[in-house]
Structure formats: C-alpha cells, structure tokens
Design a protein around this ligand. Structure first.
Ligand SMILES: Cc1cc2nc3c(=O)[nH]c(=O)nc-3n(C[C@H](O)[C@H](O)[C@H](O)COP(=O)(O)OP(=O)(O)OC[C@H]3O[C@@H](n4cnc5c(N)ncnc54)[C@H](O)[C@@H]3O)c2cc1C
Length: 243
C-alpha cells in the first residue's frame, strides 16, 4: 500500500542537519501556516454544508450526523486565531518576512514545477493553468506591496481574505498536481485490480478537476484585487441604517 509521510518524517525535515535547508523549511512553514489553518477550515465548513444539501431534508435533521459536523466544523475558522486574523498575519507579516524571501522561494518552487511539467502528456493543460495562476498571484503580491508603500494601507485588510484564498488555491493546485505527477509515474508498475491503482488514478482526476474548475477562480480573484475597488470602505455609516 501507499506509504504516507509520518509526523517523524516531517520532524526530520524540519531538523535537517543542513542549516540552509532547515531555514528554508522553517520559512515555508511560517509562510504557509495561515493558509493551512484558514483555507482548510473554511473548506471543511463548506464541505459539511454541501453534505447537508446532498442529503436533502434528511441532512438538515439529526437523523444523520452531518448537521453536527457542520456546526462543529465552524469553530475551526473562529478559534486558534480567526481566519481574518490569519489573513492579516499573512499579508501584514508573513509575505514580507525575511525581506520577502519565503514568498519568493515559494513562487520559485512553483515556477520550477510549471517549467518542468508543462509538456506532461496528461497533466500539461492543468500545469499551464497553474502557470497563469502563479503569474496572477505574483501580480497580487506586487499590488499589496504597492498599497503598503503608497500609503493605501486601508486596502490591505479589505482584500486580505481574498488574497489568502487565492494564494491557497495556487498552492493546493501545485501540491495536487505534484501528487498526480508522482501517481502517473507509479501507475504503470501497479497490477490491474490492485487497490493502489484506484488511489493513483484518483490523484490524477482530483488534480485536473481542481486545476480546471477551482484554479481559474484564483486568477479572477487576483483581477478583482488588482481593480482596487474600495466601495466597501466608502459606504457612509448612515447608509447602513434601516428606515
Ligand atoms: C468552542 C470554543 C472553544 C474555545 N476554546 C478556547 C480555548 O481553549 N482557549 C482560548 O484561549 N480561547 C478559546 N476560545 C476563544 C476563541 O479563541 C475566540 O472566540 C476567538 O479568538 C475569537 O475571538 P472573539 O470571540 O472575541 O471574536 P472577535 O475578536 O470579537 O471577532 C469577531 C469577528 O471579527 C473579526 N475581527 C476581529 N478583529 C478584527 C480586526 N482587527 N479586523 C477585522 N476583523 C476582525 C474576527 O475575525 C471575527 O470574525 C474558544 C471559543 C469557542 C467558541
């Protein structure tokens, strides 16, 4: 069966004897922590909400446990630093940490993956979308930097959640496509009927679906961010009043 990385495996990675590599891994953990906490918790709630819908009226009742999963999963986006605070941590602190080095390293890792896999026979089309989304992410980072430096700091918290989501979608697509690439290499060596075949095949379809259905949304979010609409900040307080 497929061997998954254990806690000990990750611990070894973080305590590399090579200080340069250890610093790289620590930097990536720092940068990606708000994404892991927020994107995963938001998706957990959305998955549970969809599960209720899938069950129809039965999902809404207590006959099945999904209504409880839905309520329980909501807390993940609230405690341990609400997701908005995580997004503020990402744009206000993590992106620029070490002179922006961790962010640049992540962008470089993804860029190298795109260059190496653009011509992949089954994943190439999806990798192309990843390249476009990575470029859009780079533009969004520059836009944020421009707001910090150009005195438009009020724009930063306004778009922080959207930025966190778009960056997460790029990272998730990259990791799914990398897993699919490995699965595609393994597949020819797995006998028909062996359970690993279904596992590896699923990796390809999950990655392609995500790249072609979710990832284009990241490019759109970057465009929205770039458009710099500040209308939410311009609403006069009295306009919220009910008549
Ligand atoms: C079931 C449960 C278990 C918990 N367990 C623990 C525990 O074990 N230990 C512990 O210490 N705490 C615990 N908490 C508390 C939890 O950490 C807080 O509820 C959480 O930090 C949010 O704080 P708050 O409820 O005061 O909301 P608020 O801080 O009032 O936030 C309300 C909303 O406003 C947003 N917001 C807040 N500040 C800003 C800002 N500056 N800009 C924009 N938006 C902002 C938030 O993102 C949030 O969406 C628990 C809470 C619950 C419900």
């Amino acid at each position: 069966m497929v061997k998954l990385a254990t806690h000990e495996d990750w611990s070894k990675v973080l305590h590399e004897s090579d200080p340069e590599k250890a610093a790289y891994h620590h930097g990536q953990v720092e940068l990606l922590t708000p994404l892991v906490k927020s994107y995963s918790s938001d998706q957990a709630f959305r998955v549970c909400e969809l599960a209720i819908q899938t069950y129809g009226g039965a999902g809404y009742t207590k006959d099945y446990p999904v209504e409880q999963y839905c309520r329980d999963s909501k807390i993940f986006s609230i405690y341990e630093g609400t997701n908005h605070i995580q997004a503020m941590d990402l744009v206000g602190r993590k992106l620029g940490q070490n002179g922006g080095m961790h962010t640049q390293q992540l962008q470089q890792d993804i860029s190298e993956f795109v260059a190496a896999n653009l011509a992949h026979p089954t994943l190439g089309d999806s990798v192309k979308v990843l390249g476009e989304a990575l470029e859009a992410l780079g533009g969004a980072v520059m836009r944020l930097l421009g707001w910090f430096q150009g005195g438009q700091i009020q724009m930063v918290p306004l778009v922080a959640n959207r930025f966190l989501e778009l960056m997460s979608e790029v990272v998730v697509a990259w990791l799914l496509l990398d897993a699919a690439r490995i699965a595609e290499e393994k597949l020819p060596g797995v006998a028909e009927g062996h359970p690993d075949r279904a596992f590896y095949t699923g990796k390809r379809y999950a990655a392609v679906f995500y790249a072609k259905n979710i990832l284009p949304g990241a490019i759109h979010k970057a465009q929205l961010l770039s458009d710099s609409d500040a209308s939410a900040l311009e609403i006069p307080d009295e306009a919220f009043a009910s008549v």
